[in-house]
Ligand binder design. Sequence first.
Ligand SMILES: [Zn+2]
Length: 293
Amino acid sequence: MYWERVTEEIYLFTSDRYALVNSTAILTKDGLVVVDALPFPNEARQIARFLAGRTGLDFHSLILTHHHMDHVYGMDSFPKTLDLISHELCRQKLLEVGLASLEEARENNPAFDEVELRIPTITYSEGDFLIRAGEKTFRLVHLPGHTIDNTGVFYEEERVLISGDAVMAIPIIAQGDWDTEMATLERIKALEPETIIQGHGEVILRGEIDIVIDRYIDYLTCVYETAEEVLEKNMDHRQIWKIPLEDCGLERVPLGIASHQLHIANIIHVRDMLKKRREMAEEEKTSEEVASE
Ligand SMILES: [Zn+2]
């Protein structure tokens, strides 16, 4: 894990063991506001110790952007006396699939044996949710698409958006929804943040934001067009596997070897969605024809 300071009051921690996933802490006069906590308990404990030692502050609030394990598990290392805050759908997702996926993670890596799954205790479900700490305002905004439950934390005074996986070095919609993610990326542009701390990968700074978000929109557009072609040509998995990420304007570097796999999963997800839509349209047509007979 390595850390950097994004501004005087924002610390960013990035896992070098898991897909450059980020955890963020913001210093306020009333204590530390923490957003996400990396997957591995030893990394999370390091962060908690580092923050307490370095700043001498207590923790003020713990926020979860979404239910994926690489953001959730480390929360176990932060004070249990504090409520965990998220979108209501994040709480529901964790209640539905949290324990089963923790079991699966433990089978693959015993480092997760000691993780106790934390379930959010304060949630919001409509509109935005405001947290105020030491004269700072943190606006929680629902930014679904990557997953249905994703929340962004907008630190208003500095216009810093901690986006969760709504923004990441390679947009991933394989467990989410293509249309929703496209709308979310437009909404993020409209928020006019000056800095974006992505769920995975490097900080996006003022001046690069529109360029980077447009690149992600272009990437997802390309995924959509590729999926249409895959469906048209009835391509099998072996043929799909050969479609390079670079063809859609992104590089593999940011997330390491998994990035190709994620890209293919995106294409297959959109292909399946298009297939389902087509089948439904055809069914509708047939039932209309039957009705008119
Ligand atoms: Zn995620």
